[in-house]
Design a protein around this ligand. Sequence first.
Ligand code: 3AM
Length: 176
Amino acid sequence: MSRLFFALPLDEISLPLVTWRDRLPWPGQGVPQANLHLTLAFLGEASEQQREQLLAAGARQHCPPLTIALDRTGWFPRAKAAWVGPRQWPNELTVLARALRRHGERIGLGNGEQGYTPHVTLSRKAGEAPATPAPDFLLQATRFCLYQSTSTPDGVSYEPLACWPLRPRAKNTDGI
Ligand code: 3AM
């Protein structure tokens, strides 16, 4: 079994984000730079067969590249996660997250949650919301990945099992 989720990697903005966070009185325990991502769909514990099905689904998925402004902070009190995220985001992001969640649901995965709040968790064990100036980062996402989450004595680590380019569905050129 492996613990899986689909997410956008942050690539070149992960370092500026942790640098920004670490200069501020940001609550909680900082997530390491290497673990930063924007979750698309949480899947949970998957068998080898389910993992293969998710890899196939990821390879079939289409979505144009996405530009997402990370311009607000937020806090999930139950999860004690403090995060940055967009005030507004492209509809294609919601469509992609929903499609990936449904791929999981069709094979018995996911946590049953229907809503989607795009966010990048910057810290955990946060007992309060961040009270910082608004962030101003631009995520230009050109790929998405299926990640495996592994618990180690040094903490959790997220390994991309596969990544696919964000590309729109090819236009039908046959005029049909
Ligand atoms: O970094 P975030 O918070 O977006 O919170 C976990 C993390 O996402 C989330 O999956 C990502 C990789 O672990 N996660 C863990 N357990 C979860 C659950 N039961 C969950 N998301 C929803 N339901």
